[in-house]
Design a protein around this ligand. Structure first.
Ligand code: F6P
Length: 362
């Protein structure tokens, strides 16, 4: 006798990877199983729907993956799903969605993934979202998973750089990710005792930075400095960010401000300076406990919404509670640091951290 086909939900990871994706997948899978549902994992983000590439997930496939970095499903931020979606892409997506018998699609991703999910929801695909990005710049949630892990990587790097900087009486400039938002730079700079933090949200001046570094060098107890600079900063006197070459020309790739700042410090005030670009180290490896817990809450919430038929919502952290918020066409709006109201900025200024907007009279 044929066994009846279980009800099915799909899941995919879109955009750049980040620590905690596997913990979301595991939580969604185990929640589905406990409600007698099957979870279908699409390969390489939405491409899995285009190519009909998928894996039926079970408790063995998700066993012990809560602490694994990356995504067992694979992801991509290039391919057929660049907005606006073509008619062919939408057609193939809907066909695969129906062929696989999916009741709903859980989309784990950032602003781009949510925007694609929104478009697909207008074409009969039921969607539920989970907010992901190390940048922590999604307007619709207080915190994205992956951010805490990235901040802990940068903090660890700053701790290490502090001892070598102090030994050599050097300035260490550390470039961190975050796109157009300064959350990673701010949080890690506070946690790692940076003396100067440069954010895209604060217009900074060389004079302020130079005065700070010279004052520290003159103080026998503080003959080194740590400078954290967010990749999205616009240098003084310029109106554009520093970008790396992108052969694919698909998206702007930020990078290079760390070297730029380091070179200026060495050239203008003659200090012994080194720079470090942490790059994708911030995205790799194991998620922190905080991110594993948040990812587990997000994954369970997303599966519950999908099972109950509460479509068109994204799991979101408001304060300490995971709630649901609607997925809208405006999901691309970025959440940035507000230097006037943010308590991290306030606390950092109180402990003497310089943001480059302070006025020094030399
Ligand atoms: O959005 C996450 C992020 O890591 C950004 O901080 C960074 O600018 C970008 O992705 C890098 O993207 P890619 O992995 O495509 O180089």
């Amino acid at each position: 006798m044929e066994t009846a086909q279980k009800k099915r939900i799909g899941i995919l990871t879109g955009g750049g990877d980040c620590p905690g994706l596997n913990a979301v997948i595991r939580a969604a899978c185990l929640t589905c199983i406990s409600h007698d549902y099957e979870l279908v994992g699409l390969h390489d983000g939405f491409e899995g729907l285009y190519e009909e590439a998928y894996t039926i997930l079970d408790s063995h496939k998700v066993a012990n993956i809560y602490g694994e970095g990356g995504t067992i499903l694979g992801t991509t931020n290039i391919g057929h799903y660049c907005l606006p979606l073509s008619e062919d892409t939408i057609k193939r997506t809907v066909e695969t969605y129906n062929k696989l018998g999916l009741q709903c699609l859980i989309c784990i991703g950032g602003d781009g993934t949510m925007s694609i999910a929104y478009v697909l929801s207008q074409h009969g695909v039921n969607v539920v979202g989970v907010p992901k990005t190390i940048d922590n710049d999604l307007m619709a949630t207080d915190v994205t998973f992956g951010f805490d892990s990235a901040v802990s990587v940068v903090t660890d790097a700053l701790d290490r750089l502090q001892t070598t900087a102090a030994s050599h009486h050097r300035v260490m400039v550390v470039e961190v990710m975050g796109r157009n938002a300064g959350w990673i730079a701010l949080a890690s700079g506070v946690a790692g005792g940076a003396n100067v933090i440069l954010l895209p949200e604060i217009r900074w001046e060389w004079e302020s930075i130079f005065a700070t570094l010279k004052a520290r060098a003159a103080d026998k107890g503080k003959r080194y400095s740590l400078v954290v600079v967010a990749e999205g900063c616009v240098p003084p006197g310029s109106d554009s960010q520093i970008t790396a070459d992108d052969e694919a020309k698909k998206a702007v790739r930020l990078g290079g401000i760390g070297k730029y700042v380091s070179d200026r410090i060495a050239k203008d005030i003659g200090m012994d300076t080194r720079y470090v670009i942490l790059g994708h180290v911030q995205r790799g490896g194991s998620p922190t406990s905080y991110d594993r817990i948040l990812a587990t809450k997000y994954g369970s919430m997303a599966a519950k919404l999908a099972i109950e038929g509460t479509y068109g919502y994204m799991a979101s952290l408001k304060g300490t509670e995971v709630v649901k918020v609607p997925i809208t066409a405006e999901m691309r709006e970025q959440r940035k640091v507000n230097p006037k109201t943010d308590q991290m900025v306030w606390a950092a200024r109180n402990v003497g951290t310089v943001f480059g907007d302070e006025h020094h009279s030399s």
